[in-house]
Design a protein around this ligand. Structure first.
Ligand code: HEC
Length: 137
């Protein structure tokens, strides 16, 4: 019994600093992400704004508010919080919506919303998504 307890206590003693280290790293990580994110997105945002103006504004309006009629379809409002709610705050689902013209459930979005795959790269679409996040109703 005594032989079994001693190593257990030793392990616990060694695990404590390790746990503290993991907690500290965990706390430091979001702060690190916050300081680096604006740098990566500032040029991405400029690209996204340009691509949006060139490819999307004609149907979704310059401010992203949409509401233009195309036969029975109406162009979507691409501003927050509506769009983010529809796509469950998932950039992955939004990426699919843009590249494959599929809604949040995977059904084809109404025409004339194009599937942009082949005309826009994934990086292009991601830049547009970063820009869309800055639009608010
Ligand atoms: C020719 C017109 C047209 C162009 C150009 C266009 N869209 Fe659309 N888009 C639409 C229409 C119409 C809908 C609504 C489809 C529906 O409700 O099923 C739509 C829907 C969407 C949706 C889904 C929104 C939702 O609420 O489900 C997204 C995201 C979107 N467009 C993004 C874009 C982006 C980004 C671009 C530019 C790269 C773009 N669209 C260019 C017409 C267009």
């Amino acid at each position: 019994m005594l032989i079994q307890r001693t190593p257990k206590q030793k392990t616990r003693g060694a695990a404590l600093p390790l746990t503290a280290l993991l907690v500290c790293t965990g706390l430091a990580w979001p702060a690190l992400a916050q300081t680096t994110a604006p740098q990566t997105t500032s040029s991405q945002l400029a690209t996204g704004a340009k691509l949006f103006a060139a490819n999307c504004a004609s149907c979704h309006r310059a401010d992203g508010s949409g509401g233009m009629k195309f036969g029975n379809a109406v162009s979507a409002d691409l501003r927050a919080p509506g769009l983010e709610t529809t796509y469950k705050s998932s950039d992955k689902l939004l990426l699919r919506a843009i590249l494959e013209a599929k809604d949040e459930d995977g059904d084809r979005l109404d025409q004339p919303m194009p599937a942009w795959k082949g005309r826009l790269t994934t990086a292009d679409a991601e830049a547009i998504i970063a820009y869309l996040h800055t639009l608010h109703s």
